[in-house]
Design a protein around this ligand. Sequence first.
Ligand SMILES: [Zn+2]
Length: 453
Amino acid sequence: MYKKFLAVLGICALIAGSFLAMSGGSTSTSADAGNKFDSPNNGKVKNVIVLIGDGMGPAYTTAYRYMNDDPSTPKMERTVFDNHFVGMASTNPEDAEENVTDSAAAATSMAAGIKTYNGAISVDNNREPVGTVLEAAKKRGMATGLVATSQVNHATPAAFGAHDVSRHNYNDIADDYFDDMINGNHKVDVILGGGTSYFDREDRNLIEEFKNDGYNYVTSTEELMENDSKQMLGLFAPVGMPKAIDRPESDPSLEQMTKAAIKQLNKDKNGFFLMVEGSQIDWAGHANDAVGAMSEMEDFANAFEAAIEFAKEDKHTQVVLTADHSTGGFSIGRDGDYNFYPGPIEAAERTPEFMAQEIIDGAAVENVLNEYVSFEFTNEEMNSIKEAAETDNFDKLYSTISEVFNKRAGVGFTTSGHTGIDVPVYAYGPKSEVFSGLIDNTDIAVEVFNFLK
Ligand SMILES: [Zn+2]
């Protein structure tokens, strides 16, 4: 399933190369020739698209490169990430007890430009709200959007569109999206992701409230595609959306949501701010699930390509992509073996999470594995999964199935939590150079605020 993207990536490399040739920014005409600031226009930034791969440390982007390698050529092909790499970012929070960040503190840094404690949703260490880049854009009369594959009131999008002392106050965060007005307008014009259970509640129905205020409410890919309203609420799951390879066609991909958001936001003559999160790279990392992680990397890469394609046409859009932290201590190579094998990961047509759920719901272990996995399980692997299935413990079964893939692929994990390593930064647009070198995650917000002045 990963091979089909090679052709697309090749075309993108050619396009990027021809832009370079036209701009005269480099003597090289190949996107393979290293990092550059491949801006087609050195003018003003009108639109800003920030993409955040939750948990996407460097091992994830490297593994994604291996997954897309064409083994018949000696060089490893560059990915959409590689072609736009500009630097690295430090991520540490300002927390009394922890110096490895959580998603909320990191997102606050990228949204509001400050360091804060783990769990904070755009409030500082005194629990005081701090203005975000999305709010600054709305104050300037720009259109704004939040897109995620988690519930859309999860930590990362929340830090752009809400303020709360705790990321766990999901209902309050959803309320903020509706209640916080800027110049008499709702703060966020396009809201797409999971989370119906937080918007349609016993105490309050935010879906009806948004509809009453003119938002178009969509719940399927088809409705999303047909949307013609500049203000839109799209909720596609009670909490998080299914992972990309588990997703039915009735649920939109991150790329489809990104394109649908851009289409509406771009109608605003004042420009727009959009945040897109590849939310569940992190969730797969927490579960130590390499199959799920690569499923989400591909979904996120396609959304990045969509953003770049728009920016190339538009010429006044700054795209910046990074991660909030790395998750799981994901490593390429394990147990002394100098190999990463993409094959076993490609062999999975569903995530171990999906397979574990079918087994817990009563399907026979062999039937599920044979239906969704194209390699033959060894007796030892099969027995370990059957033993886990007998416990009726979903988490144990999910991790046992994941570990079969991890061992075969040659990848390891060191933790069920986050790690403190620097994260890669990618950019495309008129001001990409401001994100280059070693920056801090707060610099993302600082620079975006500069664009919005
Ligand atoms: Zn995170």
